[in-house]
Design a protein around this ligand. Sequence first.
Ligand code: GLP
Length: 241
Amino acid sequence: MEVVIVPDSAAGGDLIAEAMADLLRRKPDALLGVATGSTPLPVYEALAAKVRAGEVDTSRARICQLDEYVGLPYGHPESYRSVVLREVVEPLGLTDEAFMGPDGTAEDVAAACADYDRALAEAGGVDLQLLGIGTDGHIGFNEPCSSLASRTRIKTLTQQTRQDNARFFSGLDEVPHHVITQGIGTILEARHLVLLATGEAKADAVALAVEGPLSALVPASALQLHPHATVVVDEAAASRL
Ligand code: GLP
């Protein structure tokens, strides 16, 4: 695992956007796995700026989602489908056809999970998966005690994660309890994993993931198993390393 310490989140965004741009120059139809939350926004802004400046052509790029809330109506502004379309797909000038994600509105959620897992493999696998990290060490929505071999499936959010994500909703009661997430085993199949963490609130989770033992209690520690994992942290998130 390579750990890169950057001065701030903007520098982290620039670094990862350049890695994505470099990948797209080598493989124009690369499948980029994107994460939601506040942390990766500087990455998407920096990549969109490169597109506007003509530094990279994303016209054949493909985007896939990491996770999704279960039960939010189609088009809900905080469904991760809506967030990824708004924050990534549209700014990069892509159409919905370039985008794939799990169906959080499906009646048969288990089937939707299996379908998505299969669709990722049939698409040739994820070339670069961007990850954030939860304050409890989760990646995607793989909460502590998730199997390190897990596949895309339904999960129940911890109270901590619901509280962390309540800021995107009108209140805690609005945050769904259930989600679909790529499993840790699914995530580990991506060719390159890039985890971005910024801010002091992530410092403990980063230290456990990077320097602690491999443990299902800290899902992000699974990156230790991956042959090509990069952890990009700002000074604050690196403060307990
Ligand atoms: C959610 C997402 C994760 C993300 C995490 C941290 O739980 N499912 O993919 O990493 O939030 O979000 P933030 O970057 O806003 O702290």
